[in-house]
Design a protein around this ligand. Structure first.
Ligand code: FAD
Length: 366
């Protein structure tokens, strides 16, 4: 098995798994903290199908790939290394953690940050997947502004679909909820939908329709087609965290019912000491800027954790039986100032420096 190691064959301070906004931001923070960092990434960021990143302060409209390329260059400028590939397992070892890649290579780090993001489970409706990230969207804050005033449909996928419909209503007064045999509104929800002038269509959606690559609408059971300019879909979000299961960190059902995520504590810590998480893998709702912020916080927490460990090592050394300060202390107790030949006991000719007043004094006394 090939080992990925730093020059000098030493382990890394930190192995970051996932080079999206969260992982790159952590790598920058750790590089700036003079830590050795390697980022393992298999090049499949969640928003890859999108044309642009919206809602990231100062980076409005930047391409998702361009944003990550800039982040990677920044991390490299602070010394981070990059490895292309998929990490498949993480195990504790004498060096900290061994991370194994799908191609058999491995790398060791004292700490691990998992920033692997999530996958969006899409409804299996013909035509829908091809429009994902273009005519088919999920997040009002990512795409709502760009489709403001458009004819928007919301595909019913579960209990949160009514909430999603009411949110998209903020951006358009032409909204249709397709129940799709998946949503049964309560009486209260019927009133809320009617009060916001939202149309509701019954029946399963059979296809997402396009013309020249552009979404044109949907067709429901019975063959009726509805013209649309955008279709909002709630996806089933699954954390890409299976590689942490051997460490006792399985993905757990999110309380919202939106999917599965890893459970992170303050600043990305987890129940497994030394293992940290950031971004979508532990926060299903994180936008790009939030993922980047979480990566920064986790990087800072990891550095503090390493500082604690190194300080404990230094204290052990400082207090150890043969450590220089300890030796000096013992020497001081046994010999006092005599170890320097300058003790304040009876002066002998031998111990007084030649030519000194003391030696002269001895001579005069003799
Ligand atoms: C269509 C679409 C459009 C979006 N538009 C916006 C928007 O405009 N604005 C916004 O703020 N948010 C947007 N988002 C949300 C955005 O994608 C996430 O907020 C962001 O990607 C989270 O960053 P992350 O670093 O947590 O995960 P990711 O960006 O998904 O990065 C994770 C990285 O880890 C890698 N990886 C995963 N598993 C492994 C492994 N085992 N080994 C090695 N590498 C691995 C992946 O390949 C990927 O590169 C959009 C999402 C979608 C689906």
């Amino acid at each position: 098995m090939a080992t990925i190691s730093r020059p000098g064959n030493t382990r890394y301070d930190v192995v970051v798994i996932g080079g999206g906004a969260a992982g790159l931001s952590a790598a920058v923070t750790l590089g700036r903290a003079l830590r050795s960092v390697v980022v393992i990434d298999d090049g499949r960021p969640r928003n890859a199908p999108a044309q642009a990143v919206h809602g990231f302060l100062t980076r409005e409209g930047m391409g998702p790939r361009a944003l990550l390329d800039a982040g990677r260059a920044e991390a490299e400028s602070f010394g981070a290394s990059f490895v292309e590939g998929a990490a498949v397992t993480v195990r504790r070892s004498s060096g900290g953690f061994d991370v194994e890649l799908a191609d058999g290579r491995s790398v060791t780090g004292r700490r691990i940050l998992v920033a692997t993001g999530l996958t969006d489970g899409l409804p299996d409706i013909p035509g829908l997947r091809d429009q994902w990230g273009a005519g088919v969207v999920h997040c009002p804050y990512c795409h709502g502004y760009e489709i403001r005033g458009h004819r928007i449909g919301v595909l019913g996928t579960g209990p949160l679909s009514v909430h999603q419909t009411l949110l998209f209503r903020q951006w358009s007064d032409d909204i249709t909820l397709f129940l799709n045999d998946r949503v049964v509104p309560t009486d209260e929800e019927w009133d809320r939908l009617a009060a916001r002038s939202i149309r509701v269509v019954d029946g399963a959606v059979l296809s997402v329709d396009t013309s020249d690559g552009t979404l044109t609408g949907v067709t429901v059971r019975g063959g009726t087609s509805f013209g649309l300019q955008a279709l909002a879909v709630g996806t089933r979000m699954e954390a890409r965290g299976a590689l942490l299961a051997p460490l006792g960190l399985p993905a757990q059902e999110h309380p919202s019912g939106m999917g599965h995520s890893l459970v992170g504590g303050p600043m990305g810590s987890t129940a497994a000491p030394g293992v940290y998480v950031a971004g979508n893998v532990s926060n299903l709702a994180a936008q790009v800027v939030v993922a980047a912020a979480e990566g920064m916080m986790a990087g800072a927490a990891i550095n503090a954790d390493l500082v604690e460990e190194e300080t404990a090592w230094a204290v052990d050394g400082y207090r150890g039986a043969f450590a220089a300060p300890r030796e000096a202390e013992v020497s001081e107790r046994v010999l006092g100032t005599r170890r320097h030949g300058l003790d304040d006991g009876p002066v002998t000719g031998a111990s007084a420096p030649a030519g000194s007043d003391l030696r002269e004094g001895v001579r005069r006394a003799g």
